[in-house]
Design a protein around this ligand. Sequence first.
Ligand SMILES: Cc1cc2nc3c(=O)[nH]c(=O)nc-3n(C[C@H](O)[C@H](O)[C@H](O)COP(=O)(O)OP(=O)(O)OC[C@H]3O[C@@H](n4cnc5c(N)ncnc54)[C@H](O)[C@@H]3O)c2cc1C
Length: 441
Amino acid sequence: MVKTLSVIVVGGGLGGLATAIALKRAGHKVTVLEGAKQLSEVGAGIQVPPNTSRILDAWGLLEKFKTKVVWPGNINMRRYSTGEIIGTTPLKPKMIERYGYPYLLIHRADYLQLLYDASLKLGIEVVLDARVESVDDKAIAVRLANGAVYTGDLIIGADGIHSNVRAAVIPDETILPKKSTNCAYRATVPVDIMRSDPEISHLMDDLNSNCWIGYRRHIMAYPMRGGELYNLVMSHPGEAAVGKWNEPGNLDEMKYHYRNFDPVIQKVLTHVTGCLKWTLADLPVLSRWVSPSGRMALIGDAAHAMLPYLAQGAAQAIEDGATLGVLFSRIESVDEIPGLLALYEKIRRPRAEKIQKGALDNGDIWHMPDGDDQIARDKAMKIVVSDDTVQKVHVKNPNQWSDGDFQPWLFGHDAISVAKKVLSEKLTGYKSKNLEERASL
Ligand SMILES: Cc1cc2nc3c(=O)[nH]c(=O)nc-3n(C[C@H](O)[C@H](O)[C@H](O)COP(=O)(O)OP(=O)(O)OC[C@H]3O[C@@H](n4cnc5c(N)ncnc54)[C@H](O)[C@@H]3O)c2cc1C
């Protein structure tokens, strides 16, 4: 008999809602405490790789999801100044052929709404305006800003890079986000504006993720919301104002940063009427993800916030949630919680931390100055890897999305199967390979 746990998830972002769905599907009573008065996401796009769409499919959400997405043909890496394609990662139908699941683009608000609707349908309680101020690891309790106290058998900290739960999980250290030397602008341009300008209207028919890369700067851009909007993320040197993580950006400054870029993408920027400036940051590798009591754990950005350069932050949060869902699907007593959370950490840390490092590396790879190294990089990025090569020869590519080893490891990962295998080995006492090896299957 599965023991029904009372679970509190702190934070109703993409990671928190996904974790709530996974744990509710495993048979538990789940309450999500979200600090905001309304569920909200930045008005920008997000890439959903096959390692995520596989999980959404397992939860029965992928078909609904597909009604809101753009399904890109390729990720094209482009020379910043000319737009010349210097490397391509084929996505459609290649990701399905190779890994069984698609690579998709979606508006963040649509993504969050889909997870929220699914949560309510499953009977998850989502409490808004419920900001957690303090966390008690001994009592397994959280206190809200309004004084209300919630207790549970298990608490999941899904409260993002500035997590409050983290202080209770790692009480003996002060963990601060590491600010990157780069910031990002985020903006969207409506389809009618894009279509009305003959110099850029073709971009709305270019159903690809395009990334113009240059010295210390890049622009990632793609159509989203079924082609209603053109989405832009623009990384550049600088900082947002101290203490602020999301503030209006200056449009002249934005255009100035990209004055040497491809005239086509510069033309798009002339149509941007407002943008947000976003401090890019990640977390240091944490010493632990599970609290001293063994009854609280961190997921998503609270555990492993990463730079967005591999487009995997939310994907990893969802893998965390899916892993917890499997591990807690056969629990018979609350006494098993610490052991299961320790297993969660062992399975998830090597993968999430490798991706965190890969994202950091991508900044160096993409942001090279012009010169011999950049010429060598561009030459190596040109290689398009055939299926045979991906599987057998493992050709190296500085474009990590196309690398013969990294791509199958990143996109082919099946977090649910890995967790099921590890759990069944724990339950039967059978140990085949070491955990790290199994977690990277
Ligand atoms: C420019 C950019 C582009 C990106 N692109 C991609 C991409 O293409 N693909 C991808 O997979 N990832 C991408 N990411 C990363 C991704 O956005 C994050 O990793 C992901 O949103 C993290 O989800 P989360 O739920 O862990 O945290 P968050 O989204 O930060 O959610 C935390 C939630 O907790 C709530 N909260 C915080 N504190 C409290 C509290 N004390 N009490 C109650 N509630 C609280 C917040 O209100 C929020 O709703 C990108 C990130 C950036 C910056």
